[in-house]
Design a protein around this ligand. Structure first.
Ligand code: ZN
Length: 255
């Protein structure tokens, strides 16, 4: 899958993604532009503004934050001061340190942002990466933004107990129900739903295999030598560089 750092791709009619380690997505909603997640550094604000102007040619009127990690909210205050409405899950509100970047509009389970003849659907799928995790669906373009619920093979779950592991399966299963031709994640290349399905299988296999090896007395180093990254995932973004080993270590230490 082509991935050029800093390249802007129109992934569906009126939906763009600036591909990077930290992706930024936006869509034309007639009266203005909605931006999904606002980068890790404020120095990116003029870069994104220029690309939004070049592609959609309209002002940023809404921000949707998929969750409240620092690498997804940096430009909130800048665009909020310029008039954008910040939309995020209700669990985000108390966490903000800058009042100008706080959510103006929150939701519990779902929210629909409607403007012109387009609707953007936000669904809360939280509880694994962060409490706030939400996905954003652009139905007219069949584009789904799943943020950090997918990390090109990296396990994004932050707590390791049965409840959270079950929730990860539930969340990925729900994502697979969407009618999406293109999927956007928080970091790295665009993907397809097939990648989410493959990831779920890899996740299930690793979570089953590693504790078994551990119980049979294998050390972490032995497990790493035995459990290879799946052959059909070798070209996944940075998987073999460090993610697979990190996953084995996470599960070995946690379960
Ligand atoms: Zn992130």
């Amino acid at each position: 899958m082509a991935f050029v750092e800093g390249e802007v791709v129109e992934v569906g009619p009126g939906v763009w993604v600036r591909q990077a380690v930290d992706n930024c997505a936006w869509a034309d909603l007639g009266e203005g532009v909605v931006v999904i997640d606002t980068q890790e550094e404020t120095k990116m604000a003029p870069v994104i503004e220029e690309e939004v102007a070049r592609s959609a040619g309209k002002p940023i009127r809404w921000i949707i934050n998929t969750h409240w990690d620092a690498d997804h909210i940096a430009c909130n205050p800048i665009w909020a001061k310029a008039g954008a409405t910040v939309i995020a899950h209700e669990s985000c509100a108390p966490k903000s340190s800058d009042p100008d970047g706080n959510p103006d509009l929150t939701y519990r389970d779902r929210h629909t942002l409607a403007s012109g003849d387009r609707e953007v659907h936000i669904e809360w799928l939280g509880g694994t990466h962060t409490p706030a995790d939400s996905v954003v669906y652009f139905p007219w373009a069949k584009v789904l933004h799943i943020a950090d619920l997918f990390g090109w093979g990296l396990f994004m779950q932050r707590q390791w107990d049965k409840e959270t592991t079950d929730r990860t399966r539930e969340v990925l299963g729900r994502i697979l129900q969407y009618d999406a031709d293109t999927v956007v994640c928080g970091h790295g290349p665009l993907l397809k739903l097939e990648n989410v399905k493959r990831y779920l299988d890899y996740y299930n296999e690793t979570v089953a295999t590693v504790p078994e090896l551990q119980r049979s007395g294998k050390t972490l180093e032995e497990v790493k030598a035995m459990v290879h990254p799946p052959a059909d995932m070798l070209d996944w973004w940075r998987l073999t560089a460090w993610k697979h080993a990190s996953n084995l270590e996470t599960v070995y230490k946690a379960l």
